[in-house]
Design a protein around this ligand. Sequence first.
Ligand SMILES: Nc1ncnc2c1ncn2[C@@H]1O[C@H](COP(=O)(O)OP(=O)(O)OP(=O)(O)O)[C@@H](O)[C@H]1O
Length: 238
Amino acid sequence: MIEIANLTKHHRGTTAVRDVSFQAVPGRVTGFLGPNGAGKSSTLRILLGLDRADAGSATIGGRAYRDLRSPLRTVGALLEGSGAHRSRTARAHLEWVALSNGLPRDRVRHVLEEVGLADAAGTRVRKFSLGMGRRLGIATALLGDPEVLVLDEPVNGLDPEGIRWLRQLVRTAADEGRTVLLSSHFMAEMSSTADDLVVIAGGSVVAQGSIDEVVGDHAGLEEAFFTLTAGAPNAGKA
Ligand SMILES: Nc1ncnc2c1ncn2[C@@H]1O[C@H](COP(=O)(O)OP(=O)(O)OP(=O)(O)O)[C@@H](O)[C@H]1O
């Protein structure tokens, strides 16, 4: 389970995240939805130990990321880009991550197949398309067979077939009992992928609950989203 409690983060003069609280629970896909600049990445960076909160906490299975004994076996994360060195092949990148984290080498072949990159395993990352880079990033996230997946804007750069594949992948992960937290500013994507939603705008959570609860009396998610985020800084940029 992921638990964000009263999280606040300032960047110089800006409050990127203000008193944000929510949970993402096992067996469900939780969508973290908000316009550009709403505070999604700032929240996820703190959750993944890449930044420090000014107040509040962000934990995975009750522990801060830096206190996890085996981070890659606990949480698989996808942030911007594939994270791979461009002169390495996909296989070499994954082997390097696996070996440096004490993960069995046979996971490499397994995740390459899982993300559809088996035929491109020997290709250097610099030759990858944006979509292949996303797939490699997802392969890296899956390497430790983690209970928790945190994917920041995973559909960016994926073609329609890739988006469909990703939707199936997160569904399967949740059905296996994993916790999946997925950020996006695409409402259509969220309404077909997420079970629960956390809507953030201007650094604050403006709604959370199941998709039906968030949509409420609105005609659909899009209308709910624009009503909920109206007035917040950067509102309507989704
Ligand atoms: N390192 C930083 N220094 C200064 N300001 C920052 C920094 N990181 C984020 N911000 C600001 O904090 C706010 C929240 O940004 P954040 O990247 O978390 O939003 P986001 O919801 O992830 O948006 P996007 O989808 O565009 O990445 C924005 O106003 C942004 O300009």
